[in-house]
Design a protein around this ligand. Sequence first.
Ligand SMILES: Nc1ncnc2c1ncn2[C@@H]1O[C@H](COP(=O)(O)OP(=O)(O)OP(=O)(O)O)[C@@H](O)[C@H]1O
Ligand SMILES: [Mg+2]
Length: 410
Amino acid sequence: MMSVIHPTAKMLVEISKSQDIEAGDGTTSVVVMAGALLKAAQELLQKGIHAATISEGFSVALEKAKEVIEGMGIPVDLNDRETLIHNCVTCLSSKVVAANSDVLAPMAVDSVLKIIEKETDTNVDLNNIRVAMKLGGTVDDSELIDGLVFVNNKVSHFAGGPTRVENAKIGVIQFTLSAPKTDLENNVVVSDYTAMDRILKEERKYIVGLVKAIVKTGCNVLLIQKSILRDAVNELALHFLAKKNIMVIKDVDRADIDFTCKTIGATPVPHIDQFTTEKLGTAGLIEETSAGGSEQKIIRITQCPAQNKRISILVRGSNQLVLEEAERSLHDALCVVRALVKQRKLVPGGACVEMEVSQKLQAHSREIFGTDSYCMRAFGESLELIPYTLAENAGLDPITFVTQLRNRHI
Ligand SMILES: Nc1ncnc2c1ncn2[C@@H]1O[C@H](COP(=O)(O)OP(=O)(O)OP(=O)(O)O)[C@@H](O)[C@H]1O
Ligand SMILES: [Mg+2]
């Protein structure tokens, strides 16, 4: 991470960060635009206009700009999947993983459409889309999973427990399936075999009791939250659970519990006494498959209750860099769809908007008087830096290009 000290530079970094949070895409453009506006402000200052006046003048210009953009907007229908995908492809086209946009763009669109009410929703909670990354394969192997995916957990294969369950009734437990231990400071000294036997018997009885209570609820899949204290489940418990044909997925991260429960419609259970049938979640199918490498496994929990409106995306990539870039780009694409749900309007890209706004502001500046007119014109002119920069980056002659474009917008 670059360390930035200058206050203005810091501000530019912050602008880019907020753009990333608010819109996802356009982080480069805002920095270019802010730079142009700063330069314009500096020139206005040199003309002797007070900073507060410039700031006010820019606000007036901003309102006018928003008005122009509003007028340019073309309505989008969220049922028009093709247009939505096309937008995501545009957003992805300037990324490293642009070549994979035919896979990533439809995934971004479909996942958002799955978790919203198209008619009524005016925002998208992207927290309801869980993106999981798994090294291996290529970005094209990424997939949308209508439910949950676990990439760091394994199904217990101990004692031949199931690795595929249909019509799953899933219990999510936050207690451990092993005999309680003594306090840290205490030791139990076992002096003879009968005492040893008694302890083992007690442990067995305790575990059998737990498993019986679990079986009684109709549970056939058990997700066990990772315990920081001790092994969340011991071999004896795994053995009994396997005998009862209950699938066990252990070491589920605490951070994953909330999303998991909401997706399958389960309530996490902190103590065996509270383990009842109503707490169970459901899924049509839970399956563990190999993820390429010999030891690599992926668990998919699919056909979850649709009303829960949660979905997962599994991103694959052949190396860590590509994987992380794919994840970041996918996030940008998701943000593009979110922006279209928030405001169902589209404007053309490729600096078209910037040029149009620039022209309209400059024209308007000739109709008003005083410092506002100066500021409006400066604001408008600075927007030309976007087409200028795009032309430059595309290897065109920026002056020729911008003047041509300007003429076409009049
Ligand atoms: N395929 C495209 N068609 C039309 N305009 C595009 C296309 N790709 C990018 N643009 C436009 O080019 C400009 C720069 O886009 P680019 O993706 O390089 O940076 P950004 O979106 O500002 O930042 P970032 O994507 O890094 O967050 C934007 O004005 C964008 O609208
Ligand atoms: Mg972009």
